[in-house]
Design a protein around this ligand. Structure first.
Ligand code: GLN
Length: 205
């Protein structure tokens, strides 16, 4: 059956995430329709969700004011997958380390915004990621670090700090997996996450 994907589109790399989702689905012979989420009412129709980077304070404010935040929480409570990247990770964390962010508390980690030093504001690193055979070319842009991990699994570290985690159906990354042609992180989050449920091809239409 065809899947419906949602990309939170209040800010950030919406088209790039949509393209990465389409590539990851095509690699598995799955059809997917991508919808942009700016208002309440769309998330309940989605089988999988991506929450891009941007400015976490702005994203958090809009998700709450538009009534999208409780829908994302319900999506995850239903066991459906969510990939939260960079500012999306900050918003999804249980502690953003910044009072201006009203966290969704979907990934049991504490983060530090803009944690990788000034000279390293943006960089690319070959990252060993649990579940991927070859290193992943990870692009970091004013990236958060994960500075405490509760009930979540660390999938990758850089400079001895966790930069990719999984908490049940949710995968969070400090980096931007939508900015390279490599859609393995989207594949991992949506199609190879055994804890998350995406309708299979056999499921009734
Ligand atoms: N620095 C941004 C924040 O703290 C995140 C950067 C990004 O998403 N590229 O919200």
């Amino acid at each position: 059956m065809s899947l419906t994907a949602g990309v939170v589109a209040v800010q950030g790399d919406v088209e790039e995430h949509a393209a990465a989702i389409e590539r990851a689905a095509a690699a598995r012979d799955r059809e997917v329709t991508v919808r942009e989420i700016r208002d309440a009412g769309i998330v309940p129709d989605c089988d999988l969700l991506a929450m891009p980077g941007g400015e976490s304070t702005t994203i958090s404010r809009l998700l709450h004011s538009e009534g999208i935040a409780p829908e994302i929480r319900a999506h995850v409570a239903d066991g459906k997958p969510l990939l939260a990247t960079c500012a999306g990770l900050i918003v999804a964390a249980s502690d953003a380390g910044d009072d201006r962010v009203d966290e969704l508390e979907l990934i049991d980690v504490g983060v530090e915004r803009n944690a990788f030093g000034r000279q390293k504001d943006s960089f690319e690193a070959p990252l060993a990621v649990a579940g991927l055979e070859e290193p992943y070319p990870a692009v970091f842009i004013r990236a958060p670090a994960i500075d405490s991990v509760g009930d979540a699994e660390v999938l990758a570290t850089w400079d001895d700090r966790p930069v990719a985690v999984r908490d049940g159906p949710v995968v969070g990354t400090s980096f931007h997996p939508e900015l390279t042609a490599d859609s393995r992180i989207h594949g991992l989050a949506f199609f190879e996450n055994e804890v998350a449920s995406v309708p299979s091809l056999e499921d009734a239409q």
